[in-house]
Design a protein around this ligand. Structure first.
Ligand code: ZN
Ligand code: ZN
Length: 414
């Protein structure tokens, strides 16, 4: 590895630790999902975290190859099992409010050809075992973030017909650029970028639109927004006052939709990488908030299993707006990785909603949150619907219609 690359890795580690999770002195840091190839980044992050005063840095390594071996050779019962100690580790981290940093990046086709029912079962079992952790994370009661690493098989999917070194370099350049790390002082640049997004969110919060209406190729959709919905962006804050940026990169502003008030049809604008498989060219039809029909050119069975996770998996839990002129959209790279693709395009999520996107939401019981329109599910899966042909209108409570986005970009100035 050359010196320039080392410096770049250090920049990502720095932004991950100082802007992303914002590890506090005396806090433990749990790094999860780290691919074995991500060791250089994990080490740089560990160094940055201890330098920032972290008490202890713990790493949960993951290896897609092992997942594949399990899917090929393990008995069915294996997928009903998740190690108690691993669940305990997550739930304990939530309890003691550790900083949590996930590193994404793996072969998007890792589990292609494996049984979609078992893929979903595996995820469902894991999610129900770590529910306590997810509940704390969904409420932003701890500081968490996600960054990524150019794992070889991922790079080869994006940049085929090249030497592995070259495709890895291409993907690294794309990650580096879209994560806004190419500035002299990336930490300062990130503060400015976060402020910008926060002003967009503030404009939308002032409006308190009753509905959003989407029109575009294959899309004619109306989404109800509950009273008191809060548009969030980039930076969040834990109840103890730790500010963090949950996604590096992030270009979205997002809020909670009313789970029972989505009507119409929406077409995806990018393939969705879901648990090592790819779902392509799909559309969803909604009636009174629920998906009543799906159609996918590829991965229809995977999509159907996802929707069958539980009641909430058929309803929306997130509405997010991303302008088509963001650096990720402009890079024109299809990443097959939700962290990047969701930040390239306006998107929606099936499944659970973030309680902090609703006034008073983090103090509500599950029942009150549901009554206010907030969705709950073991699933939370973002899918992309934005493009340069998407138009979005906001409908005010008195019925007035205003333009929010045209041709995929903001219609309003801040
Ligand atoms: Zn999102
Ligand atoms: Zn999401």
């Amino acid at each position: 590895m050359n010196k320039r690359f080392d410096n770049q890795v250090r920049k990502l580690a720095d932004v991950a630790v100082k802007v992303g999770v914002n590890v506090q002195p005396g806090q433990r840091l749990l790094i999860r999902g780290a691919h074995l190839e991500a060791a250089p980044l994990v080490r740089a992050i560990t160094e940055a975290a201890y330098t920032a005063g972290a008490l202890y840095v713990d790493v949960h390594w993951e290896d897609g190859e092992l997942d594949k071996i399990r899917h090929r050779h393990a008995p069915r019962e294996s997928f009903e099992y998740y190690p108690q100690w691993k669940a305990d580790a997550y739930n304990h981290s939530a309890q003691t409010q550790d900083a949590i940093l996930a590193i994404t990046g793996d072969d998007p086709d890792n589990l292609v050809g494996c049984d979609p029912e078992l893929i979903n079962l595996e995820r469902k079992v894991k999610e129900s075992m770590i529910q306590d952790f997810r509940a704390v994370q969904m409420k932003n009661n701890l500081n968490w973030s996600i960054v990524s690493w150019p794992v070889t098989k991922w790079a080869e999917k994006l940049f085929p017909n090249m030497h592995a070194d070259e495709s890895r370099q291409q993907l690294w350049d794309a990650i580096f650029h879209t994560s806004r790390l190419h500035h002299d002082d990336p930490v300062a640049h990130w503060r400015e970028h976060a402020d910008n997004l926060k002003q967009r969110a503030a404009y939308m919060n002032e409006k308190q639109y009753r509905y959003l209406e989407y029109t575009g190729p294959g899309t004619d959709l109306r989404i109800g927004l509950p009273p008191g919905h809060i548009w969030c962006a980039a930076e969040s804050e834990t109840p103890s006052g730790i500010r963090f940026v949950a996604n590096i990169p992030t270009e979205e502003i997002f809020t909670v939709p009313h789970k029972d008030e989505t009507e119409g049809v929406v077409a995806c604008s990018k393939p969705l990488n879901y648990q090592g498989t790819v779902i392509e060219d799909f559309s969803l039809t909604f009636e009174r908030g629920k998906v009543v029909a799906v159609q996918a050119a590829k991965g229809q069975d995977v999509l159907e299993h996802l929707l069958a996770t539980d009641d909430g998996a058929r309803m929306l839990g997130e509405v997010a707006l991303v302008p088509h002129d963001s650096p990720i959209a402009q890079s024109d790279v299809l990443f097959y990785n939700t962290l990047f693709d969701e930040n390239a395009a306006s998107h929606l999520a099936l499944g659970s909603a973030y309680p902090f996107c609703l006034a008073g939401g983090t103090d509500m019981s599950d029942e009150d949150f549901a009554r206010a329109g907030g969705n709950k599910s073991l699933a939370h899966v973002d899918f992309m619907i934005g493009s340069d042909r998407l138009a979005i209108d906001g409908i005010l409570p008195d019925g007035t219609r205003e333009s929010v986005m045209r041709d995929g970009v903001w219609s309003f100035d801040i």
